[in-house]
Design a protein around this ligand. Structure first.
Ligand SMILES: Nc1ncnc2c1ncn2[C@@H]1O[C@H](COP(=O)(O)OP(=O)(O)OP(=O)(O)O)[C@@H](O)[C@H]1O
Ligand SMILES: [Mg+2]
Length: 400
């Protein structure tokens, strides 16, 4: 069997191997199905620039729905001057839930983006508490020092006629991954202090958040005797009405996302999703509900499979084994239960020889790729009925 290469697919590189947004990919790839969300971010920035005091907005979306992509793209847009001169954005992600990193990355970014501020930054006091500070208060002192420096820096930027500073906080994923409640608590507390203390300044916040992160933040101080929990206190600082929600993609948007990626790896753009079969996109969209990262993951695995097995097209046969091992994010279920399928196959065989032969013949098309399994492909019309009824709760074929 000959292996197929990317070149056989008309691709220079594999455009599906990157499923975590980074600086480069978020400018290279377009966001589909997000017109409303992008408009809201735009409006938020415009309004914040008119206001002289802090504005805050939440960008809510589950794992892999594009939070980082939106934040990085917004970061780029602001710093490219799309909102005029003297507006600056700082992307604060992958902080490992550390407030100190929050500050350090902020300083580093300013240093790179506004070299003329360097001399001033050097005059700031180090934030590390002095040795004489009581160890019990060290963390509080560190936070106070950081907030004080934030205040001084903002005053300096205002003096230099900066109209707005946007902090794009992308910490949801790290919060979900962290097992250190104390660390999360300190980070959230610090953000709360940050908001309370600096809310009179044009230091605006766009914060990415997922349900899992929210859950973690909300439960971080379970045994708190205070009426109001820390998480609640933080979220009350954001308007629920104005939050931006990233949902799943329609079939059309998912296809556009795939096409955009393919075109980025082609010498000449076109409108075909080759080597992916159209029907495969439809099935993946149905199974994942249009989840962006899941869609890209499955397409990537399908491409790998096609190349390994020497198939010139990513069809049902390439996708089926992937469904048998892929755990869906939202319900943690394996898409296709392989052993259950074997059981069903055996049961069909016992019941009806002809039906069993049909079943074998149509295997690999089970996912209902487009027109692939048409009713007239059955030897006996009644088999079409049998196949399209759920057997033991599992629908074996889609009725076409
Ligand atoms: N609407 C979209 N259009 C095109 N590509 C998208 C869209 N949404 C997400 N993507 C792509 O899906 C992948 C996942 O997006 P991203 O990394 O931004 O998710 P996330 O919400 O930050 O996830 P996490 O919670 O794990 O941090 C990226 O490769 C991104 O480019
Ligand atoms: Mg992310």
């Amino acid at each position: 069997m000959n292996e197929i290469t990317l070149a056989d697919f008309g691709l220079k590189t594999n455009p599906f191997d990157l499923i975590v947004a980074d600086e480069e990919s978020s400018t290279k790839y377009k966001l589909y199905g997000r017109a409303d969300q992008l408009k809201k971010i735009d409006k938020f920035i415009e309004q914040a620039l008119v206001s002289k005091t802090q504005k805050r907005i939440l960008l809510r979306g589950e794992y892999g729905t594009g939070k980082s992509h939106h934040l990085l793209q917004t970061h780029q847009k602001i710093n490219d001057g799309n909102y005029g001169e003297k507006v600056i954005a700082v992307y604060l992600g992958n902080l490992g839930v550390s407030f100190r990193r929050f500050y350090e990355i902020y300083i580093d970014s300013l240093r790179k983006q506004i070299p003329e501020i360097n001399e001033f930054l050097k005059t700031l006091k180090p934030v590390e508490p002095e040795a004489s500070v009581d160890p019990a208060y060290k963390k509080e002192k560190l936070r106070d020092n950081i907030l004080e420096n934030f205040q001084l820096i903002t005053a300096n930027l205002q003096y230099n006629e900066y109209r707005g500073i946007f902090l794009l906080i992308d910490e949801a994923e790290d919060i979900v991954q962290s097992n250190d409640n104390e660390e999360i608590q300190y980070f959230i507390q610090s953000l709360l202090h940050f908001i309370n203390k600096l809310q009179g300044l044009p230091l605006h916040i766009v914060m990415g958040l997922s349900r899992e992160a929210l859950f973690k933040i909300s439960n971080v101080d379970e045994d708190s005797s205070q009426d109001r929990k820390l998480g609640d206190a933080l979220f009350q600082r954001f308007s629920v009405k104005e939050e931006i929600v990233l949902g799943y993609l329609s079939l059309e948007n998912a296809r556009d996302m795939i096409l955009d990626r393919l075109n980025s790896a082609r010498i000449a753009k076109n409108n075909s999703v080759y080597p992916i079969r159209e029907g495969v996109i439809k099935v993946i969209n149905e199974i994942t509900g249009g989840h962006p990262r899941e869609t890209l993951t499955l397409i990537n695995k399908g491409m790998e499979n096609a190349m390994k097995s020497g198939t010139k097209e990513v069809d049902g046969n390439c996708i089926l084994p992937i469904f048998a091992t892929h755990t869906l994010f939202f319900n943690k279920k394996i898409v296709l239960d392989w052993s259950r399928l074997a059981e069903i196959t055996a049961q069909i065989y016992e019941k009806d020889n002809l039906l069993s032969a049909d079943f074998e013949r149509l295997r690999g098309k089970l996912i209902g790729e487009g027109e692939a399994v048409a009713i007239n492909e059955f030897t006996d019309r009644s088999h079409a009925e049998k196949f399209t009824q759920p057997i033991g709760g599992i629908r074996v074929l889609l009725n076409i």
